[in-house]
Design a protein around this ligand. Sequence first.
Ligand code: GLA
Length: 720
Amino acid sequence: MEILSLHTKNTTYQMGITELGFVLHLYYGPKTDCDMSYLVQNRERGFSGNPYDAGEDRSISPDTLPMEYPCYGNGDFRSPAVNIRNSKGVYGVDFRYRSHRFLEGKYVIQGLPAVYAETLEARTLEIVLGDEAFGAEVILKYGVLPELDVITRSAVIRNQGTEELYVGKAYSGALDFVQGDFDLLHFYGRHAMERNLERSPVIHGNQSFGSRRGMSGHQHNPFFILADKEAGEHVGNCYGMMLLYSGNFMFEVEKDQICQTRAQIGFSGEMLDYPLAPGKCFYTPEAAFAYTPQGFASLSHIYHRLIRHHVCRGKYKTARRPVLINSWEAAYIDFDGGKILDIARGAAELGAEMFVLDDGWFGHREDDNRGLGDWYANEEKLCGTLKELADQIRGMGMDFGIWIEPEMVNEDSGLYHEHPDWAFAVPGRKPVRCRNQLVLDFSRKEVVDHIFGQISRVIDSADIRYIKMDMNRSICDVYTAAEGCQNYGKIMYEYVLGVYDFLERLIQKYPDILIEGCAGGGGRFDAGMLYYTPQIWCSDNTDAIERIWIQHGTSFGYPVSAVGSHVSASPNHQTGRITDIHTRGVTAMAGTFGYELDPSLLSDEEKEAVRKQIADYKKYWDLIQNGEYYRLSQPGKDKDIAAWSFVAEDKSEALLNVVSLSAHANAPVVYVKCMGLDPQKKYYCEEDGRIYDGGALEYAGVPVPEAMGEYRAWQMHFIS
Ligand code: GLA
């Protein structure tokens, strides 16, 4: 068997090419030079058929072999990564090895987000597999980032025949394990309560998680972990599979008849019927795989580094984000220019650096039933032009930014009256409304051109330094009125290409503008969006306590630098919970940090606390944004406190954050154990003036101070 190995600093990913041309997945784990083909044990098994060219050998079956890119059509009856049909309705391909080559540098995918790296930081492997009978081939692409311990995958399906083919399923990558009894960790949720961790055993049969909403969605995040049963934060084998994509997706995990496990991730095959004319290609989105034997914290650090340095782009990839004040929870849509200036004045006095004018500044947006699609300033409401407003705010010493929702339209808008066919609707049926809005057909270039033109004019009209790009509904009624469209099975794929095209144009034309992604909070919190927007509004839930757990779940795959997080009013607008301003500040500091409240409603004492918070954030931002994040508590398990910390990569300092969750009379002392510190180093704690031993902080921890009441927060800064 010919062996193909991909090595990173600490891992090896190995494939083997059999005599019959099957490309097998042999091994993914700690680094090794060993030929791992001995792991594959061919045995005859009933009802698992054999390839014709195996002759009388009944032991070889694609149904039991660990396949590198499983296809439907060669006798593998487990869930396939790829399924193609021809125009007569014949399904199935039998992809066999043709060639491979290694290239310097990391491949790119035209029109889709992808991990990037300098030429010397990465290598690419391309393996070509083909099927003569169907006239199709697939190029499997692997990006190897040795320093990061990451392997990326994507695939290109090409029609080499003379007839049209239809791609019904084409995942980015699969991982077949011949052994192992895994748990699956996935992140489920709902609007305003995203990315809750759920851990469950992988069982016989197929479990799938994904989205058919046209967006990655609040309900399931395109990031999954397969882990040993014993794996925890600091120990245990775990494999991460993350999709760099923002639309329909699917993750499948299947334990087969002989207890082997197959995990796959990619664009969802549901409702995909991508027509491939002769000579044409279909490009899958990219997936990033990582393995570590050191548990979830180590896996998270791999993904945090990957996203911070090899996915996010532009000036704000490394620059400190401005401390901002957003008008949404301060005024919602109910404001005029005077009210906005009052909020801005109050925020400027407290030390905010950026004012973001959220929803309500454009068209006839008197409420959230109308106006989307008309991207021009409502000067009557703003009591002047957008430029005048921006200039006044700049005069207060703050930068200015706006909210947009380019993919949407209200029926009550000028745009809809002019172009009703630009909104998704199936002919003869009224479309589903959500927040009383419809979705623009971003698979059509003229629609993207028009919206981009409108929004560019707004940006050019005033000094705009920040854009919050929102998306407030799931997509259905998928139909395009585009001229000449013969097949609608490609629209959802092309819609997302349209969204990416819009974003790429925006960042190319305005490289200095900071863009925040958003979809009703964290409904499109994925690595695809992070290629265009270095941060995403994490959730519409700004309650400091629920946010702790939303941010906890988010942190498994995504770095703190990506997490939009603000201090809002108390009682909280979503839960009614009362927390003090310090606790809200500590929670919001595990993110890009800002405010979302009316400063005139704060007491003098709270205003003083805000000034101190802003100063603290500026002091700690580098540690927060670039440090290693440690989860020190678990939802459900830790009932008394929640804790997390940021530790500098060189372990020279750390910031410990603790929030109490319950109050008890005569309570036992609670200790928090720090992680990631250097056991050989001494650390000075700024808050209590003591010197601690790094090892002691890790093994024995620190006592949480005694306090009255729940939801109290503490920060401890340790310096070596
Ligand atoms: C979404 C966002 C909010 C706010 C509103 C405005 O829900 O997540 O932060 O911008 O839209 O309509």
